[in-house]
Design a protein around this ligand. Structure first.
Ligand SMILES: [Zn+2]
Length: 434
């Protein structure tokens, strides 16, 4: 659904006037790209599968249709959030009613939340030139160019500690970089690798990590983070998709590659790793949001990131950052099987969970990926554990638990970052004492 500039402007202004006032509403509407897909009329429903049969039914629906699960079917009793296209509402309603799966509207105006996410962006626009990472506004989300500017600024500001290296070129030809935060000194310091935005609509992942690395570099309280460990950070994996979320479709999840025989674009990059590829929780339908791709590592960003990780030789901890659901997940994801390092993974995960809780009382769940979530294969942390030998490999699902989902308000960027930073502090401390 695409809108002409004028009619889009009018309808957005009219809708937003009711809630946020004429001034901001119109400015926000004008700020959002003219050909952005509109989510007017879209809702998020929360379904509540009560039996394994309900869960299996919903899973099959996800593999065989273009349904967009915001949170996946996992086990009976755990809610499932579904983005509802207005044209498909009636069909899905009758499907769920026929299957006797209870559901209710959880977010009733998706487009309004998209506009709200941009609200603070207006205030930040035309702000001062970026001379230091302290000039950056961490209370708003930033697009690809702005994140690149932050990356260039931090490398220029801390030339002795921070370097940037290109490690891949995306399908659409954009460079992908890793930032290295090396404190110098002891060569045996633990190496921690962090990534974000493998799923490009999960904006909070990069936003919170830019805040965290700013704190690590500028706040004396966190000086020990760089002194005690070497950090590798890939701020944007699915860069093409990230650009898509800012210019065309805020809720795009997959990469932007196009298969030769398919009408549908993109691969779920977190089903594309060469680790139990296509075994579970992924789809061979190119139109599914869970499409694992034509081959393992078909996506250039995954292929090259994998090579780069292997080239480092020794990584002690790997955190792949996602949202939402507030989970700390360790391998395996592909099946309900624990690794030989299960006890260590669980105890470090538990400590990170407690550190997060201590900040604002936010509750995360720590556990085996396949159990806490569901069985899904071709994922980062299974690969880093098995193929790169990183014992402490985790998937971190940041805030929230569905109130805003992927459209987390910008006011929550810093609190989410503070919590994740507390977890990273504990993670680093644990690795230092191993
Ligand atoms: Zn994700």
């Amino acid at each position: 659904m695409r809108y002409e500039w004028e009619s889009m402007n009018r309808s957005r202004c009219r809708m937003a006037m009711v809630t946020t006032g004429i001034f901001y509403a119109c400015i926000i509407a004008c700020f959002v790209a003219a050909d952005q897909r509109s989510y007017d009329g879209y809702e998020v429903w929360r379904a509540e599968p009560r039996t394994m049969k309900d869960v299996e039914f919903l899973k099959d629906l996800g593999f065989t249709t273009e349904i967009d699960y915001w949170s996946e079917p996992t086990t009976p009793g755990k809610p499932v959030d579904i983005l509802i296209h207005p044209d498909k509402e009636r069909t899905l309603r009758s499907t769920l009613e026929t299957e006797r799966i209870p559901f209710h509207t959880y977010i009733d105006n998706v487009q309004q939340l998209i506009l709200e996410q941009m609200r603070r962006k207006i205030e930040a626009k035309n702000s001062r030139e970026l001379r230091s990472i302290l000039d950056f506004d961490y209370r708003v989300y930033h697009d690809y160019d702005e994140v690149m500017e932050w990356m260039n600024t931090i490398t220029m500001e801390f030339p002795n500690n921070v370097t940037m290296e290109q490690i891949a070129v995306t399908y659409e030809g954009r460079p992908m970089y890793v930032l290295k935060f090396l404190g110098g000194g002891d060569v045996d310091k633990p190496v921690i690798f962090i990534d974000s935005l493998i799923h490009c609509r999960e904006w909070i992942t990069t936003a919170s990590l830019l805040y965290i690395f700013k704190e690590m570099m500028t706040n004396p309280l966190y000086k020990h983070m760089l002194e005690d460990a070497n950090w590798y950070f890939v701020p944007m994996i699915n860069i093409d998709g990230y650009v898509e979320t800012w210019t065309n479709d805020r809720l795009w999840r997959k990469t932007k590659s196009t298969g030769s025989s398919s009408l549908c674009t993109g691969v779920d990059a977190n089903r594309n790793w060469d680790s139990y590829w296509s075994v579970s929780g992924s789809s061979n339908d190119p139109c599914s949001n869970l499409y694992h791709g034509p081959t393992p590592e078909s996506e250039p960003v995954i292929r090259h990131l994998a090579r780069y990780v292997l080239s480092l030789g020794k990584i002690d901890g790997y955190l792949s950052t996602h949202s939402y659901s507030q989970y700390i997940l360790y391998p395996y994801n592909y099946a309900n099987i624990t690794t030989p390092d299960y006890e260590l993974q669980d105890s470090v995960g538990e400590k990170m969970k407690n550190a997060i809780y201590a900040v604002y009382g936010t509750e995360y769940t720590n556990g085996l990926g396949a159990t806490v979530l569901y069985e899904f294969s071709g994922t980062t942390s299974d690969w880093t554990y098995d193929k790169a030998g990183v014992k402490l490999s985790y998937t971190i699902e940041l805030r929230d638990t569905g109130e805003y989902g992927f459209l987390l308000p910008p006011e929550q960027i810093i609190p989410t970052g503070e919590e994740y930073l507390a977890a990273l502090e504990v993670f680093k401390n644990e690795l230092t004492t191993l």
